[in-house]
Write a protein that binds this ligand. Sequence first.
Ligand SMILES: [Zn+2]
Length: 220
Amino acid sequence: MIKESKYFISKFDESDADTAGRFIRLLEEEYDKIHGCFGFEPKDTKYKFCLCANAEDYIKETGKKEEEYQPWMVGNSNFAEKKICVISPSAGNDEEYLEKVAVHELVHMIFDEQTGITENEAWIAEGIAIFYAGQTEAEYISRENFPKISEISGICENGDTPDNFIDNGGYDYAGIYVGHYIKTYGSDAFIKAYKNEILPEVYSGFEKEAIEEYLKNDKH
Ligand SMILES: [Zn+2]
C-alpha cells in the first residue's frame, strides 16, 4: 500500500497498515521537531518511507546485496533516493526500538539534506542521530573504560561507518559525546562541525565529564 502524507510517501504491506500509521505519525511529528530544534527550513521534496514486511523486503527496498545483509540491520537511509527503510515490528523486533531506529534514520536524512554533507566525522554524524533518537543505553556505559573521541573518529562515507567507530563502542558513546558537545558549545557550533567548517575539538577530560553528566541525568 502507498500512503501520502505531508512530508512522506510511505509504502507498507496491507497487514501492517495500523503499525505503518503509527510510524508515519511519529515521522511527521519528528520532521517538524528536528527542523525546529536546529533552525532548519523544510525543503519541498517528500521523503520516501518504507516499512518493510520482512528481511527479504528490506533487502529489496534498501538495494542491499543478500550477502551484505545481517539480522541486526533494521533501518537504513538512502540519501540519493531520499528514502528511509525500517523493518516492520511484525518481523520480530520490538516496536519501541524500531521507532527509535526510524527517528535515527530521519535525523541522518534531514542533516544530509540540510547540510549537503554526506562525508563527515563518524562520532558527529552518528552521535547526533543516536542522541536525538534517545538510543543510548545506560547499562552499556562505563565510567572507567570508555573510548576517547579520537578512538571513535573517522570518516563516514555515505552511511558507511569506519570499523574503529563500531569496534570501539561508537554506537554506545557517540550520543553522549554529541549531547555534551551541544550543551557545551551550542547547536550552531555543532552544525559547523557537522559541515566540516570547524574541527570538533574538545577539552581534555571531556569524555569523562560527558559520561558523568549523562549517568547523573539518566532515569534508569
Ligand atoms: Zn546511523
